[in-house]
Every structure is written in C-alpha cells, then in structure tokens.
Design a protein around this ligand. Structure first.
Ligand code: IVH
Length: 667
C-alpha cells in the first residue's frame, strides 16, 4: 500500500505554523520545546518545498525574513502619532515628586503604576495591517523616522504575522530593538578580525545594525526586540498598560518578562534597589526603569508636555562610574607600530574592582574630550566593557595632550595613518614593536611557548639576542641561563618549549606572524584553504577574497604583509630553523564525525586546552563557536561550566562531557 503524497500546500502551511509556534516558544515564552537541529530541519524542509513550488511562498513565511536586494537609501516615514520621549528621574525624591504631580492632576483618584525595564536600544514602530507586518520604522526625530522594514523582518523575535483571530485592522506596536551583550561581543570580535572599527556599546551596535542597507548583514547581528506601547490602533482597545502587554504576549509579540504592577510609589521605590541588582544578571543592557501610570484613560487625561507624556517617567540607575585624577598618559607601541595612548590614573573602585588604567583609543578622542594631565576625570564601565574615560570633571591640567612626535621606544618620527586617526612608528626594527611581535608569537593562541613572558622578552630584545620571532629558535640554554632570574632548569625548559613550537600546526604559525586583521579564526580558515605557507604567501588579493570570511581589507593586509621584504626574511629564517610550514589537519574535513555541526566548548577541560579541542573539532569537520544558540549542535561542558551550559539545557541542545565527546568522535 502506498501512502498518498502529502499535498505540498497543506504541508507548507503546516510547517509554517510549526515554525511560528517554535519562534514564539523561544522568543516570547522563553521556553523552547525542540532542539536547534530539529528546528533547522523544519526550516530546510519548508525552504525546499517553497523552492519546488514558488507559488506557495507567502510574504509572512519564515523563509522570507531576508529577501530582496540591498537598498540604496531608507524612505522617510511620517509617524501618524508622534513618538514622544520620556522625562528622566535620577533619584527617589524625584520619583516622589512625580507621584505627587500625578496625584495633584488626578485629585481623589487612586493610581497604579506599571514598572518596566528601560532597555538600552532604539525605539521602533511596527505596523501590522490585518495581522501582517507591513512596515517597520525607526523613531527618528519623533515626527519622521526611517523605513527599515527590510531589516526589521530579519529579527526573528519579531513575528511577521500576529496571532489573533480576527486580527486588528491596524495595530502599531512600539518597542525597543536591542543587542544582547553576547551578540555585542561577537559582533565586535568579528569586526576586529575584519579590521573594522568597534562599536562603543550595544546601543550603538543595535542602531548601526538596524540602519544597514544590506539586510543579510543585519540578519547576522543577533538583534532582539521587546514591545512596550501601542501607537495607531483600529479594531482593538486596551484599558491598561498591563493589559496591553498581556495582549501583545498573546499575539506573539515579545514583552519583557521583568515587569511589575505596583499599587503605590513606595512599591516602585522598593523595586529600584531590587532591579539594580537584577539587571546585572541579564544579558542585555538595561539602564533604568520606566514607571507608567497603568490606567490608559488616566494617562490620556494627564496629557503630555511638548516632548513627553506626563503619565510616565524613566528612572535612571546610577551608572558604574567613578572620579579620579589623571596622572599621566603613556604611549604604547603595538606589534604593527600603532601608538596608542593609555591613561594612568589614581587607583579607584569601579563596579567592584580597582582600576588604574584605561585605553584612550586614539589621540583624536583625547582632543575631542579635551582631557589634560592632572584633570579630575570621570571614568565609567558599562556592562562588561573595559573602563573608559568619559569626560573631564574638574580641570586642573594646563597643557593639551599632543600626539607624540616620535616613537617612545626607538625615537623614529611618528607618522600619521592614512585614515588620520592613528599615529604609527614606521621603523620595522623598532625594539618595542619587536618586543610585542615576539610576545605575540609565543602567546597561547599563537605558538604557545610556555615561559616566554614580558620580563623575559624585554631582556632578550634589550640584549640584542632577539630581533624578530625567528631568532627565538637560535637561543641556547647557556644564553638563556645568563639572563636575570633564570636558573639552569628553567633555561632548559624554555629551550624545550621553543623547540616544541617548531611542530605547531600552520594555523598557529599564521596567527603568530601578527598580520594585521588576521586573528585566530581567519588564520584557521587560511591554513585549511591554502595548506602551506608558500601557497598563502603567493595568493593574490582576488584569490584571498574567495576565502570565506576574508574581506577586502584583510585580503589587502595579507598581501601587503607578504610583499614586505622583512616578512619574507623572517619566514625564511623560520623555515631554516625547522618550523613546520604545512597544515597538519586534513585540509577538507568533510565526512568527519562532526561534519556540519556547530560545537561550543565551555568550562574547564582536563585533557585539552581550549585551542586543542577547537582544533580537534575543526579536524573532524565541525565548527567551533563561542556562544550557544538554537543553531548549536553540541556543547562540550567541562568543570564549572556556567551560563552557556544553562543556556544549552534551556534550549534542549545536546550536552556531553569530555569522555563522552571522545567516545562520540571515536577517539
Ligand atoms: S515607553 C512616550 N517603555 O526609552 C514614550 N520606552 O527615553 C513611550 N524605552 O524612546 C516609550 N524601554 O526608546 C517605553 N519599557 C519601555 C522602554 C522605553 C526603553 C526607550 C524608548 C524611548 C526612550 C525614552
């Protein structure tokens, strides 16, 4: 007996429904019920069906999130109802004044407050017509925003169709698009490898990502969304803010689970302390709480000032900041000669740790903030980001800080970079550059030479024993023993560690060369693609551009590196010393037991270093990743695994320990 072939239209509708349900479980209810792999299977089946029967593809199909060509520009959108802002409050006293004002304007009425996190992203307006998402726009100046529908559609937390039967004729949901810290870190790491500038904070990253002309890039940025207010609305009415959020949730729009109905301002004030702790445990930037009069009728009667409704206020948590005195600005020479200013200040407690340095990024930034030595400066730490000098609090210094005219190490004239922002020491034999390059060469992620620390490298460079990384391989036990704080035993150990580095795999050697824009990941891809150093050194820019994840700037950086005679010289010296120049893992690991799988490693492992296990994963055809998502196939968890393990459990991703991992790969 043969089963009748399923009707493709019915199957497509069924798949769409299932995917919508799982998106909702994941993004709205925070309680997924299938694994990433199963989800991907549904998606693949639907894609295949729609490819075979193009007439079945509907605009609200989950396959249609990224579509069309990049835009040339964003059309302007005039908001039917202006998108106002909210007045800020910074203290408990101001909150009480706000409540007193509300009470005065609503004499004799009882007032309840809805309290919601103020997530730090950017406000958007989503228009649903007959349940379908037809337009997404930024707030802009509140009157006119930009039409970013093509990018909004790529955000999987945003439903393309509301779950409501019948749907409202028109509903404008307003809310915040934001970038979780984890996505922010990944985004900046990728930009660093690509040689692109860093986003200063998740809000800038979210805004930058939403205003890209190419939706394929936006789709990769991990943006999320919380709905918090209604704009235009026909065919539906809400009595309170509480009901609005509940209705959003029913319709499949994500709302922040941390929300609270308070019966008095005292309850709101009690929350300020509780939430200042709670917010630090969330993976998204949350910098205040929005306090709203719950009854929408009361909100309407309270009206608005020119800028903001009278029925709400944004209580801002005090930022993690401190004031300290700037003692001096040092100039650090990087391995490629970039001269970076570093602020040294009187040690001060900031967000639980003592800090005394912060990068000042570049000299243009110092000039812009007009920071001078001796000034009392405000330093700030946002999320897990390194401390920043925000501004001058009290001016004590006299002289503006100028870019150095010469390299602090070798005295060569400082040169301005093509972009005009960076200053650079252009002398290739500069000892400070040599020191950085040698240190980097031996770093754990590069050639992993144990015992090759900064103090030792200083001595080696100062005594003229090492001018470039290849010189390390000429060092003898006797030479090393003659250095300060070096016994015979440690000299022997170091010599052995250096010798062991000769057989490291090609990807580590490529990383160790310190080519601009080429980090661990890019080195890995290049090693596998080219197989040996000579093939890489001979590659043209066009050939390099064929490699996944290698962009124009990186490709040119690689070519420029191999065109420099000094680079060629160092590589020949390394070869003569017997350093391995070939890729040892199989070049194409297809057919490996981990083929096509994304594997995240977390916690402390006993048998492997992090890099070793990642190399193993690549050798077996898998792809190591740093964060757990529904796309993760497997998590290898060691001791003390924390949030990634929890996330994997939450998402139903398969988790194994080291022993199981080895069984799995048959090792
Ligand atoms: S309600 C009349 N609720 O804060 C304005 N805004 O400072 C209605 N924001 O532009 C906005 N979380 O970008 C509201 N739970 C929340 C919010 C929130 C963040 C942002 C929003 C707004 C800005 C105002």
């Amino acid at each position: 007996m043969t089963r009748p072939a399923p009707d493709p239209a019915a199957r497509a509708a069924d798949l769409r429904e299932q995917i919508r349900l799982h998106d909702r479980r994941y993004y709205v209810e925070n309680a997924p019920i299938i694994s990433d792999a199963d989800y991907d299977r549904l998606m693949k089946e639907l894609e295949a069906l729609e490819a075979a029967h193009p007439e079945l593809a509907t605009p609200d199909s989950p396959t249609q999130r990224v579509g069309g060509q990049p835009l040339k520009e964003f059309p302007a959108v005039r908001h039917e109802l202006p998108m106002l802002s909210i007045a800020n409050t910074y203290s408990v006293e101001e909150l009480r004044e706000f409540a007193a004002r509300v009470a005065r304007l609503l004499p004799g009425e009882s007032v309840e407050y809805m309290v919601e996190p103020k997530v730090d992203g950017l406000a958007v307006s989503l228009l649903y017509e007959n349940g379908l998402l037809t337009r997404g726009a930024t707030r802009g100046d509140g009157e006119t925003g930009e039409d970013v529908t093509h990018n909004i559609r790529t955000i999987r937390a945003i439903p393309l169709r509301l779950e409501a039967n019948p749907p409202p004729a028109r509903l404008e949901a307003r809310g915040e698009v934001y970038m979780p810290f984890e996505a922010f870190r990944a985004c900046n790491a990728a930009r660093e490898e690509a040689g692109e500038g860093q986003f200063a904070n998740p809000r800038n990253a979210a805004a930058g990502s939403l205003k890209l002309l190419d939706p394929r890039i936006t789709a990769r940025r991990g943006l999320r969304f919380f709905a918090y207010a209604v704009g235009v609305c026909e065919g539906l009415a809400f009595a309170t803010q509480f009901d609005t959020l509940a209705a959003f949730e029913r319709m499949g729009l994500p709302v922040n689970p941390n929300r609270m109905l308070c019966r008095s301002m005292d309850e709101v004030i009690a929350l300020t302390r509780e939430w200042d702790t709670l917010r630090r445990r969330q993976d998204y930037p949350w910098d205040g709480m929005v306090v709203k009069v719950n009854a929408l009728d009361q909100q309407r009667r309270l009206g608005a000032t020119a800028k903001a409704p009278r029925g709400m206020t944004a209580f801002k948590f005090p930022p993690d900041e401190a004031v300290t005195r700037l003692l001096r600005v040092d100039v650090q020479v990087g391995k490629t000669g970039v001269l970076t200013p570093v602020a040294r200040f009187e040690p001060v407690l900031l967000a639980g740790s003592t800090v005394s340095n912060a990068t000042l990024h570049n000299f243009e930034e110092i000039a812009r903030k007009d920071i001078r030595v001796g000034d009392e400066v405000v330093i700030e730490k946002a999320g897990e980001i390194i401390p920043q000098v925000v501004s001058v609090k009290v001016r004590h210094g006299s002289e503006p800080i100028r870019p150095p005219s010469a390299c602090p190490s070798c005295g060569s004239p400082a040169e301005r970079d093509a972009g005009g922002v960076y200053w650079r020491c252009g002398y290739p034999l500069c000892p400070a550059q040599a020191r950085q390059r040698v240190l980097y060469f031996g770093a754990r992620a590069a050639m992993d030479i144990e015992g090759l620390g900064p103090a030792l490298v200083d001595q080696l460079v100062d005594r003229g024993l090492v001018r470039d990384p290849a010189d390390l391989f000429t060092l003898t036990v006797d030479q090393l023993e003659a250095l300060e704080r070096m016994g015979r035993k440690s000299a022997e150990n170091l010599c052995a560690a250096i010798a062991a580095a000769k057989s490291r795999d090609l990807n580590r050697l490529i990383t160790a060369l310190g080519i601009r824009q080429v980090g661990v990941r890019a080195a890995e891809v290049l090693a596998r693609r080219f197989g040996d150093m000579d093939a890489l050194a001979a590659a043209t820019v066009e050939e390099l551009l064929q490699v996944e994840d290698i962009g124009e700037i990186t490709a040119r950086g690689i070519r420029a590196f191999f065109d420099r005679p000094e680079s060629r010289r160092v590589i020949e010296k390394l070869r003569a010393a017997g350093v391995n120049m070939k890729c040892l893992v199989p070049r194409s690991a297809s057919g490996g037991p981990l083929e096509g799988q994304t594997v995240v490693v977390t916690g402390a492992l006993r048998r492997y270093t992090r890099q070793q296990i990642e190399e193993r994963i690549v050798a077996l055809g898998g792809k190591p990743a740093s964060s757990v998502s529904r796309k993760t196939s497997l998590v290898v968890a060691g001791a003390d695994a924390g949030s990634k393990l929890a996330k994997a459990r939450e998402l139903g991703v398969r988790v194994v320990d080291e022993e199981e991992f080895e069984r799995l790969i048959g090792g």
